[in-house]
Design a protein around this ligand. Sequence first.
Ligand SMILES: [Cu+2]
Length: 340
Amino acid sequence: MTHYVKAWILALGLILTPAAASAQDAQPEAAATEEVAEATDAAASPSGLDPALYVPMKPTPGVGMPVQGGIDFQPQVSATGKQAKWINNAILLPIITVISLFVLALLFWVMIRYRRGANPEPSKTTHNTFIEIVWTVIPVLILLVIAVPSISLLAKQFEPAPEDALTVKITGYQWYWGYSYPDNGDFEIISNMLPEDEAKARGEPFQLAVDNRMVIPVGKPIKMLVTGADVIHSFALPAAWFKLDAVPGRINEKVMQIDEVGVYYGQCSELCGARHGFMPITVEVLPEDKFNDWVRANGGTVSGDETETDDGGEEAAETAEVAAAETTDGAAADAAAAAN
Ligand SMILES: [Cu+2]
């Protein structure tokens, strides 16, 4: 009798197990539906900013991002990038190709012409002054040809920022980026990678797209101050030929100027921990007026926008400064008189 009871309990258990399993499934499904709903909301106002001021730009396929089967550098959108790509394609690649083919031909010639069968008595020659001079001088000339454009490019990349440059401070965190704009009221943008469905919904490449982009004006030198908050990261944007390490306790500086409006993707390029591969960079380059609108949408300030109270404050500060200088002069004059 007892084994009947056991059999019934077992049968009941078997019937209920799939039901319990599907009950467990049901919960994540509901969560997924909520996520989709959230994603749709985000698509309606993807940036979360006032759409009258800023709507994230769609990227151009193949520009500012890696392409399937690509073997060349990305199309370059900065002056240094264009020069660097030109050096690679017009100077380095042809020289490398000619040298490789020449050495290969020499190898084949030696292997065939001087093999044991064709040349049973090898020559005992050890020196040939002419050939030694040739194989020293020609490589030196080749290196000189490469050095001239490459050193000038290096110098150009590290020229100090001009007076009118816009400063952007970039901080690498484990594992996202922060962009702050000290010239525009010092607001900070926190930039995290978008989940796959959200990136797709926005028509952007997954693992390169972010929720909040770094936005800069087109054709303007940007003074990039790069630092790390925890470990060493590296800010890299291949389309702009820009890469700079983000080191904690230290600020690295380099100018970046992008001359074409668009969306460009990059990645952290210094192994920085578990989610190193998931802290992409998205830079959106806009005309100056659109950039100013984006600053305003983020609650930042644009020079020329200052309110009257601000001007009043500045004037008051200037007056105070002048007064202080006069006092100091007066005091100095008094001291001089006393000394006399
Ligand atoms: Cu990193």
